[in-house]
Design a protein around this ligand. Structure first.
Ligand code: ZN
Length: 239
């Protein structure tokens, strides 16, 4: 059931200022940022190895992380264990008398499925179980991604240039203009310029890799079949 320690969760008041310690002073690379509205938090991941650090910042006053911070202050929050099959793990644990907290399983960061175990049954440590998505691939600069923003809701198709605690730098287009923009790109139109933007972390709801899903091809595939190149090389060529 157990695969590895996936990450260590640290409750923080601000991802941006804590990242200055973990990333700036200690030197852990900043890897990803995501908002989990159902959990009332925003998370930032540091490190690129087997085990990462997850900074949890509350975005709601009454969420569990906000309450944790007001009771205990910043610091260690939970240990996350990667499991192969979360349902199997949960039923084995249930058989052993280990209870869960909250809905189990539910959706976690990066498309994972997660569950939390009751610390009363696990020696006082809050343990999270996490099953990675089947085609789990890490999102890194250089990849083509779909970015979902909130306040207001917007969607973009972008090449990811940089991920930092304060936000992400991307180059691409508003998703609603995909068809017209692709047509201009086909015609070698000078207007087919993409925009480089910095999206602040508080607006990032989700970043997804631009991948085919089921029968539907990815936007990258649609773009490539019409323009003959990937978005990244198209942007490099038109610089
Ligand atoms: Zn976690």
């Amino acid at each position: 059931m157990f695969l590895k320690i996936d990450h260590i969760g640290i409750a923080v008041r601000s991802i941006a200022s804590s990242a200055r310690v973990y990333s700036g002073r200690i030197g852990m690379p900043f890897g990803a940022i995501e908002t989990l509205p159902a959990e009332g938090i925003r998370v930032g991941f540091l490190g690129r190895g087997e085990t990462r650090l997850e900074l949890l910042e509350p975005i709601e006053e009454n969420g569990t992380v906000a309450r944790f911070l007001s009771k205990r202050g910043e610091g260690f929050h939970h240990l996350c264990l990667a499991v192969e099959d979360i349902e199997a793990a949960l039923s084995a644990l249930e058989g052993a008398g280990v209870r869960t907290v909250g809905e189990a399983p539910r959706s976690g960061a990066g498309g994972s499925r997660i569950a939390f175990l009751n610390p009363k049954d696990t020696g006082g440590v809050l343990i999270e179980l996490s099953e990675s998505p089947a085609q789990g691939e890490k999102i890194e600069p250089g990849q083509t991604v779909l970015v979902y923003l909130c306040e207001p809701k917007e969607r973009f198709w972008e090449v990811l240039r940089d991920i930092a605690p304060h936000g992400i730098t991307v180059e691409g287009i508003d998703l609603s203009s995909f068809d017209s923009w692709t047509s201009s790109a086909v015609n070698g139109d000078r207007d087919a310029h993409a925009t480089t933007a910095l999206f602040p972390s508080h607006r990032i709801e989700r970043i997804l890799l631009d991948r085919p899903s089921g029968e539907a091809e990815s936007l990258e595939e649609r773009f490539r079949s019409r323009v003959g190149t990937s978005l990244a090389s198209f942007l490099d060529r038109n610089r």
